[in-house]
Write a protein that binds this ligand. Structure first.
Ligand SMILES: [Zn+2]
Length: 144
């Protein structure tokens, strides 16, 4: 493997190797042509989560939420803002614990919103509760 990053396409799930200096140039998927990294969190189902977690080499930060959860709605714009600040060096993703109940159970997600930070397929840290954008950025940097 060269010195690039493996980036999973959120659309077609292809793995793209992107040279480090190109990460910020809005890289597109070699297979389907969709943008593979932008400054917005991607919504993932269980399959997409597993693929990003195991195949992508960027740090991978997931907001576990549920559509009915008020604190999650409060958290959502903060998460978006932190994504803008940290793109493209971190993959921001959202997983609905309603849609991916088995996954949430397997990971032991007990309250929402919960942020979990992964790198190289391993969990580095998790934190539950609403955080403001600065706190998210600081927390991620402090755990990498
Ligand atoms: Zn693609």
């Amino acid at each position: 493997m060269g010195n690039g990053e493996n980036v999973v396409c959120p659309g077609c799930q292809s793995i793209n190797n992107v040279p480090g200096e190109k990460l910020g140039d809005a890289p597109k998927c070699g297979n389907c042509g969709e943008p593979i990294l932008d400054a917005k969190p991607v919504e993932l189902d269980e399959g997409g989560f597993e693929r990003h977690k195991t195949k992508e080499t960027l740090p991978f930060l997931v907001d576990f939420y549920a559509p009915w959860c008020g604190h999650c709605r409060q958290m959502s714009p903060n998460f978006d803002k932190a994504a803008e600040t940290m793109a493209p060096d971190i993959r921001f993703a959202k997983v609905s614990t309603e849609a991916a109940q088995a996954l949430a159970g397997k990971l032991g997600i007990k309250s929402i919103p919960t942020l979990v930070l992964f790198k190289g397929g391993k969990e580095l840290a998790r934190n539950s509760g609403v955080m403001d954008p600065d706190a998210i950025v600081k927390w991620v940097k402090g755990n990498l």
